[in-house]
Design a protein around this ligand. Structure first.
Ligand code: GLA
Length: 526
């Protein structure tokens, strides 16, 4: 590969030393004058919990990526229960999706993506998912096969908005001589200018210490080099990445996530125990959960791991705290420091020894009082023990984990996990007389805390559109009504935004966006 392995080991150690010395984070990098003052995510409400989805690179690399593959993956994602577990962002990674035409504009490679990148996006939105695309901040993408955004930031982010991307991963290849903070800040500015809020996923593999500054310009940043070469899952490297990413825990929070890379869970060569361990680590670290395996060819065991709602609930916890290593004796590490929305704690014991072992975990090493009487929920076995005083004992096999929630009560609620039936409403009027057309979007909450009604942002509604929200805390419907009175022949579009709070913690939830398209075939009288 072109880049050094595990960049964050050194960088993370430097950052940790910085933290230890001052107790606060002092940016070491020069901040350009135009760096936004508030977090990028502050205004757009995106990624207040770690983004979940699927991306092709880890298993496929560049070559088999085309529209057929992505559509098959979308079908599998829905059919195998990942959509119902909250996975939403999906689309092509690097793989000759587009080229730059003679006029400088990006155009879809129609040989690979016959519906066009917009057509693929519409398909993904039609299935209730969100659209993820890939580009590079330098002159070319990493393979060299696609143009990078350098010098074309505003046109390219406009193209991504026209294709209706909801998530843009921006790599850092072929960027020599570019100032990393200025470059990604400019890209964030270009995204805002394009007018379609996107999850900005920075991919500099830890170069430029993005954890220090990238929360102001994006929502997540890679902390290390690639987790594997395409198609070749590497357990040891994934574990090293987890320990490197751990050192950066202080930098993560709602709207700003350390990204230890797309997952390798379910890739060929990994045992069930290793899959379970890696998924648990990513959940414990509040990492973005971008699945990287071939969903069309997934064992029931892998599907069960990737869709375990109790584990996902730890990752998607609205407090957004990244758990961290409390101690590590080489074979066994204890990960804790992750309070959850209901007052419980997430705890992970990772065991890398060769023979099954029992280990006692005391309340005191978790920061609790020895005398506390607590319930212990084992996320993978689904068993609850308690009340227990002072400690709990776990039995863990090689390369496996005990993933626990510890609480004062015998209740372990799951925070909201939202699933939309569609994120695209398409309306058409062929009448010269005024009409009212309706189309619905239903959002179902797979978590256990009932949501208050969604609040539609009136600023996101054009004069021709109104939205009424109905339903209960577990399932709500947005009824969109378009009035064609007085509209001229043409195509109209709205990106509707709705907000909600998680009722137990009172925290704002990630804003929910969907598209409404209206085609008016003839001029309509008032
Ligand atoms: C870099 C990224 C990978 C992938 C490839 C595509 O290596 O880190 O995740 O996007 O580029 O070339």
């Amino acid at each position: 590969m072109r880049r050094p392995v595990i960049v964050a080991l050194a960088a993370g150690a430097a950052a940790a030393a910085l933290l230890a010395a001052s107790g606060r984070v002092t940016p070491q990098l020069r901040r350009p004058q135009d760096l936004p003052r508030t977090a990028h995510a502050g205004a757009d409400g995106l990624a207040l919990t770690p983004p979940m989805g699927w991306y092709p690179w880890n298993v496929f690399g560049e070559e088999p990526q085309n529209e057929k593959l992505i559509r098959e993956i979308v079908d599998a994602l829905v059919a195998r229960g990942l959509k119902d577990a909250g996975y939403a962002y999906v689309g092509p990674d690097e793989g000759v999706c587009f080229s730059r035409g003679p006029d400088g504009r990006l155009t879809t490679n129609l040989a690979r993506y016959p519906s066009g990148l917009r057509g693929l996006g519409d398909h993904i939105h039609g299935r209730g998912l969100k659209y993820a695309l890939y580009t590079d901040a330098g002159s070319r993408t990493c393979s060299g096969a696609m143009p990078g955004t350098k010098g074309r930031e505003f046109e390219d982010m406009r193209a991504f908005a026209d294709w209706r991307a909801d998530y843009v991963k921006i790599d850092w290849c072929n960027s020599s001589g570019q100032d990393i903070v200025q470059t990604y800040s400019l890209l964030a500015k270009a995204q805002r200018a394009a007018g379609r809020p996107v999850v900005h996923s920075l991919c500099s593999w830890g170069d430029g210490y993005p954890w220090v500054w990238a929360g102001a310009v994006g929502h997540m940043w890679r902390t290390t080099s690639d987790i594997c070469a395409p198609g070749r899952a590497d357990w040891d490297r994934a574990i090293r990445i987890a320990f490197a990413n751990d050192k950066l825990a202080d930098f993560a929070g709602p709207g700003r996530w350390n990204d230890p890379d797309m997952m390798i869970v379910g890739m060929p060569g990994l045992t069930e125990a290793r899959n379970r361990s890696l998924f648990s680590l990513w959940c414990m670290m509040a990492a973005p959960l971008m699945a990287g395996n071939d969903l069309r060819d997934m064992s029931p065991s892998t599907a069960g791991i990737l869709t375990n709602l109790e584990a996902i609930g730890v990752d998607q916890d609205p407090l957004g705290v990244q758990g961290r290593v409390v101690w590590n004796d080489g074979n066994v590490s204890l990960w804790a420091g992750k309070p959850l929305f209901d007052g419980s704690l997430a705890v992970l014991v990772l065991y890398l020894g060769k023979h099954r072992a029992d280990r006692q975990i005391s309340w005191e090493e978790l920061g609790l009082a020895a005398g506390d009487e607590l319930y212990v929920r084992n996320i993978w076995t689904g068993e609850t023990n308690g009340p227990l005083a002072g400690a709990t004992t776990v039995s863990v096999g090689p390369d496996d984990v005990a993933f626990l929630r510890i609480s004062r009560t015998n209740e372990f609620p799951v925070p909201p996990v939202l699933v939309a039936d569609t994120t695209l409403v398409t309306l058409r009027s062929a009448s010269a007389g005024a009409e009212r057309l309706t189309g619905a979007v239903t959002v179902t909450n797979k978590g256990t805390s009932a949501l208050p009604p969604w609040r539609v942002d009136p600023k996101s509604l054009p004069p021709w559109l109104s939205v009424a929200v109905s339903g209960s805390g577990q399932s709500q419907t947005f009824v969109n009504t378009a009035s064609t009175a007085g509209l001229k022949k043409g195509r109209y579009h709205a990106l509707v935004r709705a907000d909600n709070v998680e009722p137990v913690s009172g925290r704002p939830m990630s804003a929910f966006y969907y598209d409404v398209d209206l085609e008016v075939v003839r001029n309509v009288k008032r």
